[in-house]
Every structure is written in C-alpha cells, then in structure tokens.
Ligand binder design. Sequence first.
Ligand code: SF4
Length: 992
Amino acid sequence: MNLLFPFSEIRNGQKELIEDIKTVLETGGTLIAHAPTGIGKTAAAITPALEYAVNNDKIILFLTSKQSQHKIVIDTLRLIKDKNKNNDSFSVVDIISKQAMCPRDIAQGYYTLFNEQCIHDQKTRKCRYFRSDKNITNHILMNIMHVEELKDFCTRNVICPHKAAIDAISETNIIICDYNYVFSDIFETVLEKTHKSVSDMILIIDEAHNLPDRLRGQLSGELTMNLIEETAKEINAIDKKLYRHLKGIGRFFDDFIRRMPANTEKNINRENIIDGIEQVLQEALGDSMSYIEFVGALKDAEAGLVEKEKHNKKEMSSVTSLIDFLEKWTTQLPCSRIYKNENTPQLSFRLLDPSVLSGDIISNAHATIMMSGTLYPVEMYADILGAKHSLLKQYKSPFPSENKIVLVTEKLTTLYTERNDSMYIDIAEKISKVHDAVKGNIAVFFPSYLLMEEISKKFESSNDFKIRDKTDNILLENRHMSKSAKDELYRELKINSNKILMGVQSGSLSEGVDYRNNILRAVLIVGLPLSPPTLEVKNLLDYYIKKFGREKGKLYGHIYPAISKVIQAAGRGIRSENDVGAIVLMDYRFNYWKYKKCLPPDYEIHFTDEAEKLCREFFSKPFVLKAIEDAKKKIIEEEDLQTSIKIKSEVWEETGLIEDKGMIPLTVLKCVLEFSEKSDKNEIVGILTGSEVKTIGEHSCTKSKYCGVLENFKTNDIMDVIDELMQKMYLERAGEPLYPTVKISKTGKAAVLKKEKIEIDKIKTISEKLSETKNILPEEASCGEATKISKDGEKVKDNTGLKMLGLINTLGFPAGRSLLADILTGSKSKKLINQNIDKSEYYGILKRYTRDEVIIIIDQITDKGYLIVKQSETTNFPRPLLYMTVLGKNALDNNEQIEVKLQANIKDRNSVSKNPELLKELKFWRKMVADEENLPPYCIFHDKTLIEISNNLPSTKENLMNIRGFGEKKIKKYSDAVLEIIKIYKSNETKL
Ligand code: SF4
C-alpha cells in the first residue's frame, strides 16, 4: 500500500521530518524530534508510519498525554482516508481510560472504587453493557471514530465502550491512547489483545516533553495521619482485626512524627517504614500478619465493601489510597522518599528515574518517534528516557523569524533575594508599558500564583492612574479553573483588544491553549521558574549528577525543566506562519549564558531596558500591521462561523413529533436553517409534514430530524405559518420572485438561538389532525382486542389490508406511506390528479378514515411482514419506500383475509408521557436505531408508540404486543432493547 500525503503542500521542515521518520521505520530505532509549532508533525508522522505498519503487519500506538490531542489524529486519519479513496484499508481504535468511557453513573466515583465496582459488576453480570458484539466491533473498525463518537455509539447500542474498543484492537492498525497504555501494566493487556510483541509496535509519542514527569508521577504517593484514621473508620464497620492493626499503624506513625524535627524535610529509608509497620503487625497478639498479608487483607476488605455497598465514596477513597501507597512504597526502583511537615506531616515518595519504565519498551519497540514543539534539547530527553542510539533532530521553525521579537528586560527579576514591593511595582509598570506599546491583548505568565497575585495587586494600588485604569482589563487565572471558565477567558481575548491575561507558567493557560489568529500580541514571562530548592529537587539533582555527571546533571535536574516551562508559555502567542508578536522575558537572568544557551536557537535576544520602545517599533512595521489586520478579519469570519455552528447545534437538538402547536413556528425556522438556510417553501412543508419526500441540495430530507415532525398538521396550515413568518420578518424571500424560496433572517436566527415561542395568528386556527383521530376511536374498545377500524363504532367488514396490497401492486412504482394514504383517502392533491391517480380503482376507497388512521393500517401491514420499508435505490431522491414482500404477493394471489386492528385504549394514549425520563431514553434509543437503519425516526416507532410504552411500562413481549405500533416483526426486531430500557428505568426508579 502506498499512501498519499493528506495535504496538497508539504511545509518547510515537514519533508525533512517525514524522511527521518521513514528512515527510523525502515531501520528500527528511535527518532527524538524537536518539531516546532506549525511543522505539521501529526500528518508527517502518521502517514509514513501507517503505510509501513500496513505493509509490514505492525501496529501503531499513537500516544498522547491529553485526550484533547486525539482529535487532531482522528482528523488527520480522516483526511488520509479521503485522499486515498482506493487505498484505504486501515482501521483505527481511539481509546481512553475505562472510567472516562463508562456510560454508567458509577463512573462519577473515585477511580479505585469505580474499578472495583466495574470488575464486580462484570463478574456478577450486573453491568448490562458488558457484552461483546461482532457487529459493533466491525462498525468500529470500518469507521474512523473519535473516542467520544465511539462512546456515544456503544452507549446507544447498550455495550461497554471500553470493552468494545479493547475487542477491536485485535484487528486494528492504529491505536490512539494515553501514555499509560504502554508505560504501565495495561501494556500487557494491549499485547495480549493484539497478539503481538513489543517488536511489532511502532510508538508515536506526541508532546513527548510531558513523558518524563508523567512516568515519575506514576510511581508516587503520600501518607498522612488523616488517611490512616479515615481508613480505620471505614474498616471498623466490617473487620475489627484490621481496624486494630490500623490503629497500631496510626500510633507508629504518630510516634514517627514526634521523633522528626519540626518544620523540616528529611530523606526517609524505604525499609524503616516497612519494618516499622511490620513490627506493629507482628506484635498484635493472636492477629499477627506480615506487611504483604496486611495489604492483601485490606484489598479483600475493600472488595467486601464494594460488594456490600456499605461504603460512601469519600471513605472508600481512603481505603484505596492507603492500599495504593502501601503497595507502591515497597518498590525497589530509585525513588525520592521524603518526610515533610509544612502544614500537615506526611511521607511522600516519587520515582527519580523515568527511564526505568520507558527504556526497555522504547528499545524493544520496532520504532519509536518522540515529538514535540518543545522537546528541547533532544539529547536530554534521550538520556532521561533511556532512548539509546536515537536519531536526535531539531527542526527549524517553519514560521518566518522576522515575525517575532524576543526581548530580555534589564533590572527586573524574581530572584528570591530581590523580591520586594519596589520590584513588584517595577514589574507591574513594565507590563503596563508593554501593553500600551503593543496596542492589543497580552498574556503574562508568572512562576507562581503568589507572585501573580502580588504583582496584579500593584495595578490596583498604583499612583499612576494609567496603570490603575488597567485593573479592569486584567483577566486572572485561578487555581481550579473549569473548562468553561477558560473558554470564557479565551472569548474575552477574542472579542477585545485591550486585555491583560495573567496566569502561571506550566499552568492550564500557558500550556495546551491555542491562542489563534494573533489574539495575543505579546507574551511576557515574569521571572525564571527555577524549582525552589526543596529536598525533592535536590534528590533529583543528586541522582542526575551521579548518573550523567555534574554539568549534565545540573542542566537536566534544574535548568532545563525551568526553560521548558518558559518555552511552552512563550510559544502561546505565535501559532501560525501569519502570526506576529513579541516575547518579553522579564528577568535579567535570561541574559546569563548558562540560561541563554538553553533557549531555542531561533530566539534572537535583545537585552534592553526599553522593551516598550522596541515593541512599539516592531508593531509599527507595515508587514506587522498588515498581519494584524488580516488576523482581525479572520476573527470576525470565525465569529460568524461560530454563531452558525451554535445555531446548527440548536437545530440538531433532540426532536420528535411536535404536538404543541405553539412550537410550530420555531420548528419551521429550524427546518429552514437545517437546509443551508435557503429552501423551497413547498419542500419545507413536505418535509415537516412528511407528505413529500424530496432532496434539498445535497441533503436527503429523510435524514432530517424534522422529517414528519409536523405530520399531525395539515400542509396548507403549515404553508400559512411560513407566509406569516415571512410577513413578520423571521423568514425572508431568497432568489427569484417567482421561485418560492425562503431563507432565515437575522430575527429568525435570534429566535432559534433564544428558543423563542413565536406568536403567530395562524396558530389559533390550526387544527390537529391527531386529535380528530383520537375522537373517532371507540372508547369502549379494550386494549388488545382485534377491532376492525370503525367510524362511530360501526364495524368494517372489508378486507382493508388486502386492498392496500392491491393498490401497491397496481401502482407499478414504489410509494411512501404518505402517498398511499393520500390515494386511499382520496386527497385532492394536484400531484395525484396530474398523474391520473385519481382514476385508480383504489382512489378514495378509505375516504371515511383520516390519513393518520390509514397510515396506522399501513404500519400494521408492514409489521405483519406483507410490506418492507427500504431506502429507494432507483431514484435520485433517497427516501423510505414500501415494497411488497413475497408474503404480500402470496396474500394477494390467494385473496387472503388480512386482519388489521386499531388498539383503542385511549386512556393510555395521552399525548403526554407520565414518565418523561423514560420517554427521553426511548427517543434516544430510537434515534440511534434510525441512524443505523438510515431511516427517519418515525419509521422505527412513532412518538405515540413511545409515549404509550412510557405510560404502560410493559415488561413482557406479550404486553408489548398490546401497544399500538408493535407487530410481530417489530417485536422480533426491537422488543429486547425496549424491554431492557424499561427494566433499567424501573430498577433506577426503585432505587430512588
Ligand atoms: S464493564 Fe464497562 S460499562 Fe460496565 S461498569 Fe465496567 S466500564 Fe462501565
């Protein structure tokens, strides 16, 4: 297989990166690539790797540190698939953690508790999602699905998304997953499921600068007195012996703390703690056990708590956290183990050497590609991750170097000995001056929240009113910022050009956020974020000095981690080749050689006391001004697009048969919006009422959520609503005056966004066809009784079902339900008259009945298997049509009596559900099935049927047969799923 690159152009630096990746794939080994933003590293890595993997029976593991990175990989793979239409035989599985994929409520709980519960529910078959389905696996393999889509799809099919993804990895070419799928014991499962060895794997590690810290964090933990006491409380309820042991361990820890000097940090020996705990456990008369036995007993107790459901989430988190600590503390791997007593006395440990977890895997994999825009210096990452004999490459930034100016300010610093009020005021003044000079938004990143707060206060208290005035423009990051709060900040920057965003280095605003379209003119880095000289930092430094020698050890343990944070934060401003901006490093130490040499080679530093002057000069250059103007236009375009997307998402909200007349105008507007905001009036009416099924532009209206949602209303009435919406300026004419095309106006869009209930005169006179139908049904007919359709209680003796088959037979072309109903009820539609259908012997033979009643009969005949609904294949207008089956032909040939019945238990046929939550679930399921079968939802079940189910809560197939809309065929096809949904709903209700 030869794969074409998904983009028409290969960017600067990208070609070289692709060639290097090809070399590593052919020869085996590792590439460590510092690939600056804009190179296009995802496409560069995945295209050659995929080609190689498919041709050589290898599997790609595309590893990311954050779920947000998965989307770009999926998008790139979709582009590759599009570009290689005749050569696209590859599959992908996107997977995240089991907990994040679990659709059940238990997924909201603490991790270990969730895990225990999940395992328990699998074993006891309590989890209804835990099953395999080959069709689901195939669907996953045949479609490139983002993990959220996969999760959604599996949930709708009542199958565990994580299990489905794991089942699919045995046959896939690419797995997109978190680092820990490879660098933890989960890797065993991956190898087992894929039936491959490490040497069959191609590892692509994205944003690889995060890997060392992630690996260290994997083997870390903390022990406090509070944790021991909370665990004891929980265990007390179920195991007195363990409770006594925990009390003993509490006394040991208390004694240990007393012997430690106050307010200090101290290295602790692994064995001392294990021996101390072991001694406590051995001394317990009659209850003695070893450390390992104690951990095992705690695990049993934890499982017991899950089983008996005697826990609450907080307490269970104590038991599981203590187990986690005690287990990991025994590791022989090199760790920093410290006792510290800042606020709370605690024992903590953390892995020192990430290479012990990564070295062997990287060496044994067929090939490893580590890449990042800040994988600098590459040699350090090779050393600390144990990637021996690697190809180390630093690619040039594809962005023009003249697009940025890099300044280091004189006099300013956050050096500990120079931290004082006067320095903070100077820093605030400099920030303010640069802000004035760049005439746009700036971001300022500080080494800590404390410093950020101190310096931001200087704006408020400044004697200079110009600085004081800026207080209102400051956007401050806080420690626990939600995603929506971050989005809000981002939006503020987008729509304003005078903001000062303040955040911390290596915080959530300085890493991972893409400040696009030049919304930041400058990024200011306040201070050098060297780690404070804690014992843990010293331990790491000592370890690296011992392992790599003094010079490298200092760089790796102290300087580079700080510089890496600076590069990450400073890179937020310039995100594309068109962006321009200033990077101002506000600490004179950046000009010291030992730090300066660690900055990327494309940083041409100016050491100055006049940063604002140089910024002003830079931002008055013609090409810079033009770039800023272009960026502004793009933001405006994007805002427009965003509004449309938002409106679209409103349009695509869940919908069903509209029974509230007041919602008709809004529904009409949404339907117009759905079809590119410009549509033929007749078509819109046809779609909404389900009477005419046509295609508008490239959209098939059968795929529209609005297809048939107003089928209870008359076409003429809906046409009148459209005309009135035009008079009231919600809709406006589009195109030629004679061509009845409408589009939505600004007022209309605003109404959709606000979900406005639009007042329309016509609404008062609209009659609901459904209500007429209800009224003519015989009240006394009992549910389940086979009753021929009757008018005013009169029994009908004709073989209506067979007549319907006769009509289909004589038509000579497949028709939809609406057309059949129109013919049988004798509609005066021009369409029928023009085609001479009104001359048919079947025309008007059921005119005593309403169109809805006739449609119900058609559905029954379909359910009985005489007709089948299929998407038409012979027409340009894909739509669901009715075709006669062999059973139908036989019935017609043999003049069979086909009995139809209309269930008439009107009491249970409220248009309102007594159990709206269940109705929601049923509608959700129906939508999923409809999507699967490529039919409009009402072809699966009408809203009326779902409402009736939700009111009657049937528990058997026999009960379901009594629900209107269910026949043998639908029982066979859908009853299991429907009954399962009802069962779960009932059990949840009982619990509540
Ligand atoms: S088996 Fe799947 S669906 Fe069931 S609890 Fe576990 S993760 Fe959730």
